[in-house]
Design a protein around this ligand. Structure first.
Ligand SMILES: [Cu+2]
Length: 114
């Protein structure tokens, strides 16, 4: 009976190093440089619903904005430059670019379309 226990103990000791060697996995190197470049926001179709020059805000009905992962909707944006609002009026069809800057959604570029 005692000899059987020794045989089993020996089998466990032999098997252990093989298992631990298989667990060691090498991590791939980090690719920090690839995501560091700034990407331009795509131009999206929209329509001006309301211009608030005092607050520097504009309400836009917009198509999906891929860089913000946002579906089409009507919402308020801040504008990067208040002078942008001088060129806009209710009902204008526009193409615009928007980005999230410090947690706020900002219109960074706008063009009126005919
Ligand atoms: Cu939106």
């Amino acid at each position: 009976m005692r000899s059987l226990i020794w045989v089993l103990t020996g089998a466990v000791l032999v098997a252990t190093p093989i298992v631990s060697a298989a667990v060691s996995v090498r991590e791939p190197p980090l690719m920090l440089a690839q995501n560091a470049q700034a990407t331009a926001s795509p131009m999206v179709n929209g329509e001006v619903r309301k211009v608030d020059k005092g607050a520097g805000k504009v309400t836009l009905k917009h198509d999906a904005i891929p860089n913000l992962d946002m579906p089409g909707m009507t919402m308020v944006f801040q504008v990067k430059d208040p002078a942008m609002l001088d060129r806009l009026k209710e009902g204008d069809k526009i193409k615009f670019a928007a980005d999230k800057i410090d947690g706020a959604l900002i219109v960074t570029d706008v063009q009126t379309t005919k």
